[in-house]
Ligand binder design. Structure first.
Ligand SMILES: Cc1ncc(COP(=O)(O)O)c(C=O)c1O
Length: 421
């Protein structure tokens, strides 16, 4: 198993292998960012070119009617298909943080749930900042944060006990950004419902990597980004999903003209749009919405079922290699070993994690540059994007990690860390 030939044979047997050729690949770079920014689909350039030269460059304002006003709806329909929900339940635009603000605020003030916000220690920091902000702006009790004993996985009994005692609006990241721990979404949605509560799922590290089925899992509310496994590009717009049975009962806290029932009447009084459009606020970000279509189309063409199968095959392969080659060298596995508890990145730690990441990114002669990411205080995240990550890339990465530690190559770097890692 531990040979380059075996890895290359796995790539030849991979049903999705042709998708590798639909992305840009810089020379001599193995890209395993885990996952803050996906690669660029080849089609992206042509979309942006057309947008700049023709739609904006020549057609100017007329492009709003010709192309742009319908764009958010078209893109939302693609995202809805990936989430397996109705197009009328998805709004696309702005950032994940802003969408969480709108959704959490709307739910906690809807009168349908106790006005209590709950999060946990595995959640992404921005989610917790947003919830705390909402709590300080109203008459709400302090946000309850369930502190799990480790970064590896959630203590579900403790989480359930907290919800039982403090029902309300809960926000969880379906795949945790540190360990890739994957929550049992269906069980928790049912539990929350029985406890008169609702969970807003942050799908940022799940969408495009996990085979989501929001209806089948009883999911009523979610948000997520599109620049990771959906390969939408830097700052690509985020999405917000609300089950149709709930939409009418919610009010967006941001009353902007694009969320008006008739924005181009320029009426003096705000009248919210019917349906999910009430969550829109300002002018859609056309320059980043248009190229997002390239990544979404690739995901739909490959199918999330096959994407998940490839993610499981590659991440299990990587874990086996780590166990046989890297654990004896002082690496620790910080992701769940069970596939059903894991998203699509593998997290390792080592006492020299930071300097090891520096060696991967600034290699000695004749070695590839390898991009993974470092997350404080000790985590090395290895992202697997099933559409373009090859078994061969993973094998080469493990070989490099072995070399860096066994030859003490990491001593060439100091411990100074830049702001953006
Ligand atoms: C799980 C999760 N939620 C939220 C965010 C923040 O998203 P945004 O910058 O779109 O607000 C990130 C960013 O990486 C994330 O990983």
């Amino acid at each position: 198993m531990n040979t380059l030939e075996f890895a290359q044979q796995c790539d030849r047997n991979d049903e999705l292998s042709s998708f590798y050729h639909r992305f840009q690949h810089p020379d001599d770079l193995i890209y395993l960012d885990g996952n803050s920014l996906g690669k660029q689909p080849l089609e992206t350039e042509a979309i942006i070119d057309e947008l700049l030269k023709e739609q904006w460059g020549k057609n100017l304002i007329r492009s709003w009617n010709d192309h742009w006003l319908d764009l958010p709806k078209n893109v939302a329909a693609h995202i809805a298909e990936i989430l397996k929900v109705k197009p009328s339940e998805v709004s696309v635009g702005e950032s994940t943080s802003v969408n969480l603000y709108k959704l959490a605020h709307a739910l906690v003030h809807s009168g349908k749930f106790q006005p209590q916000l709950i999060t946990d220690s595995l959640n992404f920091p921005t989610d917790n900042y947003i919830l705390e902000g909402i709590a300080t702006q109203g008459d709400l009790a302090k946000v309850i944060c369930v502190n799990h004993p480790s970064d590896l996985e959630a203590d579900l009994e403790c989480l359930k006990q907290t919800i039982r005692e403090n029902p309300g609006v809960i926000c969880l990241s379906l795949v945790s950004y540190k360990s890739a721990y994957l929550y049992p979404i269906k069980m928790l949605n049912k539990f929350a419902k029985d406890a008169n509560s609702i969970i807003i799922w942050d799908l940022s590290h799940a969408v495009g990597a996990v085979n989501l089925d929001l209806k089948n899992t009883g999911t009523l509310a979610a948000i997520g980004c599109t620049y990771k496994y959906l390969n939408g590009g830097p700052g690509a717009p985020a999405f917000l999903y609300v089950d149709e049975g709930l939409i009418d009962e919610l009010k967006s806290p941001v009353q902007g003209w694009f969320g008006h029932s008739n924005p181009f009447d320029f009426a003096s009084e705000f009248k919210p749009a019917a349906g999910i459009d009430k969550f829109k606020a300002g002018t859609p970000q056309i320059l980043s919405l248009a190229p997002l279509k390239a990544g979404l189309s690739l995901t739909l063409e490959a199918s999330t079922k096959k994407i998940r199968a490839k993610s499981i095959a590659t991440s299990s392969y990587l874990l086996d290699l780590v166990q046989s080659e890297l654990v004896p060298l002082g690496f620790t596995i910080e992701s769940p070993l069970e596939v059903e508890k894991r998203g699509s990145h593998i997290t390792l730690s080592h006492q020299e994690s930071w300097r090891i990441c520096q060696c991967l990114q600034h290699p000695i002669a004749n070695r590839p540059t390898i991009i993974v990411d470092f997350r404080p205080d000790r985590f090395i995240r290895i992202g697997i994007t099933p559409l373009y990550t090859r078994f061969e890339d993973l094998w080469k990465t493990v070989e490099r990690l072995k070399e860096i530690v066994s030859t003490e190559e990491y001593l060439r770097h100091d411990g100074k860390k830049p702001v953006v890692t």
